[in-house]
Ligand binder design. Structure first.
Ligand SMILES: [Zn+2]
Ligand SMILES: [Zn+2]
Length: 254
């Protein structure tokens, strides 16, 4: 299983960090998780692989996590010859179908019927779905917006947990416990803490509770990059921790 950090930034627009997006590849499955503004650009920088995405999962309805989804669908319809014919599965919290309907009202019916089948699968917190014979995805409600979820993806005995955007939550630490890779938002320094996002200190508490094999921090607003994030994490978690950049590929061996 391979996990690529396509976009590690936020809506604080940056030339270095694009809004949220991640690519998870396992066997024939190619799952794009979140699709914020700039992710189509990051995909294009990697070549033709944007054409072969099989699933898109969004964590919540903030535009820095789904803003490029209509662009990607339009690209599959008009940006390649022949146009896409393979079905796409769109996964998201309850309300995803209504969101797509509202976007289609603005942009046009092509967003719901782009010439290839788009299946929408709303996932309730606590639910698990089989994305393929070997990949299982489950969701946990997290404190950010009313619909926000974190995702867990399991393949070949390995497990990746992506927090999406979240505030501090012990249940999230328990749910993530023992995962191989914890991709964790780290939005704001403690001097700017709010209950909808994590500070490095709160990421450290989450890592301490979850004890993952590897912590990858992401979703940095610029002020948090002025503090020593790694030192803060290491005060409570002595495992492997890295600060993501756009375009990193992480192999999770089966
Ligand atoms: Zn965000
Ligand atoms: Zn958000």
């Amino acid at each position: 299983m391979r996990f690529t950090t396509l976009g590690t930034g936020t809506i604080s627009l940056s030339s270095q960090r694009t809004c949220s997006g991640y690519l998870l590849e396992a066997d024939d499955l190619r799952l794009l998780i979140d699709c914020g503004s700039g992710i189509t650009r990051r995909l294009a920088e990697r070549g033709d692989e944007w054409r072969t995405i099989t699933h898109v999962a969004i964590t919540h309805f903030h535009i820095d996590h789904h803003g490029d989804l209509p662009t990607l669908v339009f690209a599959w319809k008009y940006g390649q010859l022949p146009p896409r014919s393979a079905p796409l599965q769109l996964i998201g919290p309850v309300g995803t179908a209504a969101l797509l309907d509202r976007l289609a009202t603005a942009y046009g019916d092509w967003l719901r019927a782009p010439g290839f089948p788009i299946g929408i699968r709303e996932i309730a917190p606590g639910e698990a779905i089989e994305l393929s014979p070997s990949v299982r995805l489950s969701a946990l409600k997290v404190p950010h917006t009313p619909e926000s979820v974190a995702y867990s993806i399991e393949h070949g005995g390995r497990r990746v947990v992506y927090t999406g955007d979240t505030g501090p939550d012990e249940a999230l630490g328990d749910w993530a416990r023992g995962c191989d890779l914890l991709v964790c938002e780290c939005s704001l320094p403690s001097s700017m803490a709010i209950k909808e996002h994590l500070t490095p200190e709160q990421c450290a508490a989450l890592a301490e509770r979850a004890q993952p094999g590897h912590v990858v921090l992401t979703h940095f607003y610029p002020p948090v990059e002025n503090v020593d994030i790694l030192a803060t994490i290491r005060e409570r978690y002595d495992g492997y921790v890295t600060l993501a950049n756009d375009g990193w590929e992480i192999e999770i061996d089966a």
